[in-house]
Design a protein around this ligand. Structure first.
Ligand code: HGY
Ligand code: MN
Ligand code: MN
Length: 412
C-alpha cells in the first residue's frame, strides 16, 4: 500500500480528451457553466465513471456524484473532485485536473482490486468559475448550505437565462436533495494558478488555507449628453468617474501589498457610443486577502474613496456588496495527510495558501477538507496558455490517492 502509484499516462490521456471539448485556437478551453459544451464534458465524465463501475447521481443544482462502494457503505464517503466548467479563455487544467485525478484514483483502485473501508466519491461541482453565472462556487455553495437552492437556480446570465432553465435544458437538473450525503473527508487536487511552486522547484503544494474574497457590483450613473456641444465643466461623465474608481481599486491593491489582490474584470458602458458622453457604467470588483481584517480595511477604503470620487465627478455611485467569504483554513488532519503522503512519496513540497477560491472552501464548512496543488507553467491560469507538466500532475494524483486511502482506511 505504501508505494501505490496511479497511471500517469492514463490521467494525461483523459485530460487531453476532455480538453478537446470546448478547445480554443490558442490551446485552451471555453466550457462556460451549463452550456452545451459543459454538458458534453459532463456526459464524458459520467460515461467514464460508469465504465469504472461507479454509480452516478446528480443533485438539484447539477452537482455530479460518482460513487465507488466500500466495504462498509454506511460510513461517510471519502470525496474528491473539482469542476468541469471553465473561464471564457480558460485552460485545460483548471478544475478538470481535480475531476480527472479523482477518476484516476478510482481507476487505480479498480486495477489493484483494492476495496476501501469507506466508499469513495468523485464530484464535479456546478458553476465553480462564476463567470457566466455569479458568484463563483455556486454548486458547492448550495451543497454546503451557503446559498439557497432556489436563489441559485434563479441566477441569470447576461442574456437573462437562469441556472434552473439551463440545468433543465442540458439534462442536469437532478432530483437529489443537495445536502444529504455525509462526507468523511474531502480532498481537491488543483494547479496552483500562481508562480510559487514553480519558482521554488516544489512539486506539491500542501494547501493550508484559502484567502478570503470580496466581490462588488458597481453602478455609476451620470448624464448622457452630446460629445460636441457639452462644455467640460457641465459634464456628468459616468465613464470618467468609473475610470477613477477603477484606478483606485488598483491603488488599494498596491496599498495593502504584498498579499492583497484587487481586480476589475468586467465593465459595461452605456450607451457605448463614441460621440455620446456615457450616462451609465457597470463594473465588478474582486478583492482578496489572506487576513480578514485587512480585507475589511480594503472594503472600507473602497466605500469611502468611491463616494468621494463620485461627488467630485458629479455622478452617483451604487456599491453592491455582492459576495464575501472569509479566509478559510483547511482541516489539520487532511492537511497532515497531504503533507505526509508528499513526504513519503519523496516529492519536494511546501505549505501554501490558495490565492484562488475553490469548491474546497465551501466543503471545509461541512467536512474535514484538504487540497493538493501542483505547479503550472509560469504560474499562469485563466488563460488559454495554461500548462502543467505530466510528471507534476501524476505526483499530485499520487498524493491524492494516498491521502484518500489514509482517510478511507483501505484494506487490500
Ligand atoms: O475566482 C477564483 O478564484 C476561482 O477561479 N473561481
Ligand atoms: Mn478552479
Ligand atoms: Mn478558475
Amino acid at each position: 500500500m505504501q508505494n501505490l502509484k496511479i497511471d500517469g499516462s492514463r490521467l494525461w490521456q483523459s485530460l487531453m480528451e476532455l480538453a478537446r471539448i470546448g478547445a480554443t485556437e490558442k490551446g485552451g478551453v471555453c466550457r462556460l457553466a451549463l452550456t452545451d459544451l459543459d454538458r458534453q464534458g459532463r456526459d464524458l465524465f459520467v460515461r467514464w465513471c460508469r465504465e469504472a463501475g461507479c454509480t452516478v447521481s446528480v443533485d438539484a443544482i447539477g452537482n455530479i456524484f460518482a460513487r465507488r462502494a466500500g466495504k462498509d457503505n454506511s460510513k461517510p464517503a471519502i470525496v474528491t473532485g473539482s469542476h468541469l466548467d471553465s473561464q471564457p479563455t480558460g485552460g485545460k487544467f483548471d478544475g478538470a485536473y481535480g475531476v480527472m485525478a479523482g477518476l484516476e484514483v478510482v481507476r487505480t483502485l479498480n486495477d489493484l482490486g483494492i476495496v476501501t473501508e469507506a466508499p469513495i466519491e468523485i464530484v464535479a461541482w456546478t458553476n465553480e468559475e462564476g463567470s457566466r453565472f455569479s458568484p463563483a462556487m455556486v454548486g458547492s455553495g448550495v451543497y454546503a448550505g451557503v446559498f439557497a437552492l432556489d436563489e441559485a437556480l434563479a441566477k441569470k446570465d447576461i442574456e437573462g437565462k437562469s441556472m434552473g432553465d439551463e440545468l433543465r435544458r442540458i439534462g442536469y437538473a437532478g432530483k437529489d436533495r443537495t445536502s444529504d450525503r455525509p462526507v468523511g473527508a474531502y480532498f481537491e487536487a488543483h494547479i496552483e494558478q500562481g508562480p510559487i511552486l514553480e519558482a521554488e522547484g516544489k512539486t506539491i503544494g500542501v494547501v493550508t488555507a484559502a484567502q478570503g474574497q470580496r466581490w462588488y457590483e458597481i453602478t455609476v450613473t451620470g448624464q448622457e449628453a452630446h460629445a460636441g456641444p457639452t462644455p467640460m465643466p457641465r459634464r456628468r461623465d459616468a465613464l470618467v468617474g468609473s475610470a477613477r474608481m477603477i484606478d483606485t481599486v488598483n491603488r488599494i491593491g498596491h496599498r495593502f501589498a504584498p498579499l492583497a489582490c484587487a481586480t476589475v474584470g468586467f465593465v459595461q458602458v452605456s450607451p457605448n457610443s463614441r460621440n455620446t458622453i456615457p450616462g451609465r457604467v457597470f463594473f465588478t470588483v474582486d478583492f482578496r486577502h489572506p487576513v480578514d481584517a485587512t480585507l475589511s480595511q480594503m472594503h472600507e477604503a473602497l466605500h469611502s474613496e468611491f463616494r468621494a470620487i463620485a461627488e467630485a465627478a458629479k455622478v452617483e455611485v451604487e456599491i453592491r456588496d455582492f459576495w464575501y467569504f472569509a479566509p478559510t483554513p483547511f482541516a489539520e488532519d487532511c492537511v497532515g495527510a497531504v503533507r505526509e503522503a508528499a513526504g513519503r512519496l519523496g516529492y519536494a513540497h511546501r505549505d501554501i495558501v490558495s490565492g484562488a477560491g475553490h469548491d474546497a472552501v465551501y466543503m471545509a464548512k461541512v467536512a474535514p477538507t484538504g487540497m493538493i496543488f501542483v505547479p503550472c507553467r509560469d504560474g499562469i491560469s485563466h488563460n488559454e496558455v495554461e500548462d502543467a507538466a505530466p510528471a507534476d500532475l501524476t505526483a499530485g494524483c499520487n498524493v491524492l490517492l494516498h491521502a484518500m486511502l489514509e482517510r478511507a482506511k483501505a484494506n487490500p
